[in-house]
Design a protein. Structure first.
Length: 99
């Protein structure tokens, strides 16, 4: 598979700034990154973070089991939430949080 990335000048500079950054070395660095060698989180997750992930997972499971009617109600509730947040922000003279 071929993937094309559009990189900005800053990103290109970071990739090629090493004095010996040859094209094959840049490619190898990208493979290492995609392979997970530099993507792993070296800091273990805290109990709070693990609890938050578990909560989000439970909500995802609930959403998957919801009926079409319940999903429709949930969507309507979320739209009301977004409208209320935007209204509150407008009253404060701030830009809307949701489009």
């Amino acid at each position: 598979m071929t993937v094309t990335l559009e990189l900005g000048p800053d990103q290109i500079e970071r990739l090629t700034s090493h004095p010996t950054a040859e094209p094959d070395e840049v490619e190898a660095a990208l493979y290492r990154l995609i392979g997970g060698q530099q993507m792993a989180n070296p800091t273990p997750l805290s109990p709070k973070q693990l609890a938050a992930i578990a909560l989000l997972d439970s909500w995802t499971a609930e959403d998957e089991e919801a009926s079409a009617e319940q999903r429709s109600q949930n969507d309507a509730e979320f739209e009301r939430f977004k409208a209320n947040v935007n209204r509150s922000r407008a009253e404060e003279g701030r830009a809307p949080a949701f489009q």
